[in-house]
Unconditional design. Structure first.
Length: 206
């Protein structure tokens, strides 16, 4: 195999989920097609799911962020709600679920895709946990924003989750940078956590 390596991804130890921009590794191929990516995904999931079930481990996957059809010649497949449904149904197992990043799903088609995803996957218990964040705009032109300032209404999301009996975790996620904030974004995340706690209390009357 031709394993020509471009630049390796390097983690910035001061930030969460952040790598050097523009860095990638070529894995001996110049392109990977949509069909190849689906075949690889299916091979991986089917190869590990029995062990997950035996071990009580839930395997979940994150939508492609951003939902571009390809990057650096590599096709991306987790770019729409339909494709997320296809992925979560690769095998019939309670141990395969979706890590529902609503910010990424919002990049797909705004409020339409967000509510579609919530209403499809929550009733089937196919959401492992949720990143409750949002953006303004849609791919390819969007920007990070605070909850309540983006494409969808967080209150409607929490109402739908409660209606469908969702009992999983709801997490904050990255937010716009605030002056004087830490590298992790503690100030922005504090705003998000307070917002989420208030929404849950209002919707559930707890």
């Amino acid at each position: 195999m031709d394993c020509r390596v471009a630049r390796r991804d390097e983690r910035d130890v001061n930030l969460k989920d952040t790598f050097t921009r523009g860095s990638f590794v070529k894995l001996g191929v110049d392109t990977l097609t949509v069909d190849q990516m689906w075949a690889n995904f299916e091979y991986f999931i089917k190869g590990i799911i029995k062990t997950c079930e035996e071990s009580g481990v839930v395997i979940c996957f994150h939508p492609d962020d951003p939902p571009a059809q390809e990057l650096h010649g590599i096709a991306r497949i987790l770019t729409s709600v339909d494709n997320l449904e296809r992925a979560v149904n690769i095998v019939d197992s309670p141990n395969l679920k979706l890590e529902l990043c609503l910010g990424t799903v919002s990049e797909m088609d705004g409020e339409n895709s967000v509510m579609d995803a919530v209403n499809r996957f929550a009733p089937k218990n196919k959401i492992a946990y949720i990143h409750l964040r949002d953006v303004e705009g849609k791919f390819p032109l969007f920007k990070e924003c605070f909850l309540g300032e983006g494409n969808y209404k967080p209150y409607e999301v929490i109402k739908a989750l409660h209606k469908h009996g969702y009992t999983g975790s709801i997490l904050d996620d990255h937010t716009p940078t605030l002056t004087g904030d830490s590298a992790y974004g503690h100030r922005g995340r504090a705003h998000a956590i307070g917002y989420i706690q208030a929404l849950i209390e209002v919707v559930t009357n707890h």
